[in-house]
Write a protein that binds this ligand. Structure first.
Ligand code: NDP
Ligand code: OXD
Length: 306
């Protein structure tokens, strides 16, 4: 009856303390210091090294320590057990707050004024007119974002794999309807999962479907975007600006062209950070469910990749 935390390079003391309280008597071990791998029945993982779960021969379930599972499912030696992810209203709230803030930043042209400050340039200009928003991905986070921007008075479209009905949101589905979904948007927000189908999906061809001069915000995964094509779209003015919270390689390497691009605003993957208490409650619940051979909360479909 042991849980392994396979979450490298993080201080896990608060998570361990929460889990000890919620699951008294259950042994919590931290990878790589796993005394008896054959006793591990439940693994909590985030960017686990490939093959690190392979020695857990009694594993019943895997819990991602985040909302995304891309880094979990790409492990070629992942045990064949159910995988679940964190779904937390607090996480959605944090994401909506970040997106709302960034849209205000662009409305007020703060991106330009912050850029002008070290140059000592005084270039006043009125707010940008941003009226239409398209959200790519209408899952837990995308739907929360779409609903928020409807309430805030924007015209909102959304795009997902399957058809959706969300009050006041123009919903589009499937690759055939992508261009239609984005063509009128002043701001396009990416909240897609990273899967085989979305890897490098936002490339030159897709950016060319955007409204000329659109603003792009990526809070999903860096690898959904073709980096060179994004820079080219900024350089030609097809995109007037972009905000990136996520990157193909994190931390974003020193010297990467994104750091110094004047039309880019960068944040270090902080738009919606996993809340330790909320995550611990879901981990405890799913651990108990796995012990009782019940289905897990927020289980993902490995075939779809999310
Ligand atoms: P969900 O799984 O709830 O939703 C995913 C959405 O994307 C669904 O609407 C799905 O369509 C759609 N989708 C998936 N594949 C495709 C495709 N090929 N074409 C069109 N639409 C597609 O995910 P969440 O909303 O919870 O999270 C989204 C992502 O946000 C996570 O995967 C994670 O990578 C990222 N994230 C980033 C954080 C950060 O701090 N930056 C924090 C948390 C999450 P359908 O509904 O039809 O299945
Ligand atoms: C997540 C993330 O997927 O933090 O939860 O990116």
């Amino acid at each position: 009856m042991s849980i392994a935390l396979v979450i490298p390079d993080r201080d896990l003391s608060r998570l361990v303390a929460e889990l000890n309280q919620l699951l008294p008597g259950v042994v919590i071990e931290q990878w790589p210091d796993i005394a008896q791998p054959e006793q591990i029945e439940f693994a909590v993982v985030w960017k686990q090294p490939a093959g690190s779960l392979a020695s857990f021969t009694k594993l019943k379930a895997i819990q991602s320590y985040g909302a995304g599972v891309d880094s979990v499912l790409t492990d070629p030696r992942l045990p064949d057990v159910p995988v679940s992810r964190i779904v937390d209203p607090g996480l959605a709230q944090a994401m909506v707050r970040y997106l709302d803030t960034m849209v205000s930043v662009y409305q007020l042209r703060l991106d330009r004024f912050i850029h002008d400050q070290p140059l000592q340039q005084w270039r006043p200009k009125g707010p940008r007119r941003l009226e239409t928003i398209t959200v790519l991905g209408l899952g837990v986070l995308g739907e929360a974002a779409a609903n928020h921007f409807i309430q805030a008075g924007f015209q909102v479209s959304g795009w997902a794999r399957s058809a959706k009905q969300i009050a006041d949101v123009r919903c589009f589905a499937g690759a055939d309807q992508f261009a239609e979904a984005v063509k009128l948007a002043d701001v396009v927000i990416c909240l897609l999962p990273l899967t085989a189908a979305t890897d490098s999906f936002l490339n030159e061809q897709r950016f060319s479907s955007f409204k000329p001069g659109a603003i792009f915000i990526n809070v999903a995964r860096g690898a959904i975007v073709d980096e060179r094509d994004l820079i080219a779209a900024l350089d030609t003015g097809q995109l007037q600006a972009a905000c990136l919270d996520v990157f193909r390689q994190e931390p974003l390497p020193v010297g990467h062209p994104f750091w110094s691009h004047p039309q880019l605003t960068i944040t270090p993957h902080i738009s919606a950070v996993t809340n330790i208490q909320a995550a611990a409650r879901q981990i405890a619940e799913n651990y108990q469910r796995s012990q009782q051979n019940r289905s897990l909360l927020h289980q993902v479909d490995p075939q779809k990749g999310y």
